[in-house]
Design a protein around this ligand. Structure first.
Ligand code: FE2
Length: 248
């Protein structure tokens, strides 16, 4: 069985439609919306193609009409793109996001999988680096063979006491210095991380056409083109400092 694992699509339709990976089953680890300008086609794709999906922090905030106030970096971008997310989805899309579970257990190819956006301890927000000791504490007693997580936009695979931790990175907004879309494939116990080119300039044009502040357009174009804000964290909007909360 060949399982395609995707996460953090972030309303980037040009990236998602470029994903051409043969698979039997597709799993999605959340964050379908925000940052990008095409939330509806991305949600529709997930509804059509994905076998199991969990809720990301951005899905939760859009579904529950949460506003984000941030004045620098990704928290700023999260706040200014939220109205675009809200304006460009229908009620059925919002219901789909609201109905997404925080965690999902399922068995594929005889192996027990746990899907969660961030970590089992804090399904929406905890930042989990590729750290064996950190993950030992998070998976104790779960009795699963594979844990699939997203949120960090940093792909990795870890082996932790018989459990495989898979973070496929981000399809829509890679942040590890490589702008190519990122995903993982699990096939009969073997995991591979993949990168694929897509039309980044099309995604940048979608941003530039949207009703967003010029500064946000510039920062998002930078992340899309370079996989990083570079010095973007030092680019601040004319307002008080951020509280520093992650907004992956
Ligand atoms: Fe994300």
């Amino acid at each position: 069985m060949r399982v395609l694992i995707v996460s953090d699509l972030h309303a980037n339709w040009p990236a998602l439609e470029a994903l051409r990976e043969p698979h039997d089953v597709c799993l999605c680890l959340g964050d379908l919306v925000d940052y990008g300008c095409d939330p509806a086609p991305v949600i529709d794709w997930v509804r059509r193609h994905v076998h199991a999906c969990v809720r990301g922090n951005h899905d939760h905030m859009v579904a529950q009409y949460v506003t984000t106030n941030g004045y620098s970096g990704f928290r700023y971008l999260s706040g200014v793109t939220r109205p675009v997310s809200q304006q460009r989805i229908e009620a059925e899309h919002r219901r789909f996001l609201a109905d997404l579970p925080l965690t999902r257990f399922l068995t594929l190819g005889g192996k027990r999988f746990l899907l969660v956006h961030a970590t089992p301890r804090d399904p929406l927000d905890e930042y989990a680096a590729a750290d064996v000791d950190f993950w030992k504490r998070r998976i104790a007693g779960l009795g699963v063979d594979v844990v699939c997580v997203g949120h960090t936009h940093q792909p990795y695979v870890l082996q932790v006491e018989g459990t495989t931790i898979i973070n496929p990175g981000s399809v829509g907004l890679p942040r590890d210095g490589d702008p190519r879309l990122s995903y993982a494939v699990w096939e009969d116990g073997r995991v591979t991380l993949h990168r694929a080119e897509y039309d980044v300039e099309q995604a940048v044009r979608r941003i530039q056409e949207a009703d967003l502040p010029d500064q946000a357009k510039e920062m998002l174009a930078c992340v899309l083109r370079h996989g990083s804000l570079h010095n973007g964290s030092q680019r601040t909007a004319p307002a008080p400092a951020s509280n520093g909360t992650h907004s992956r």
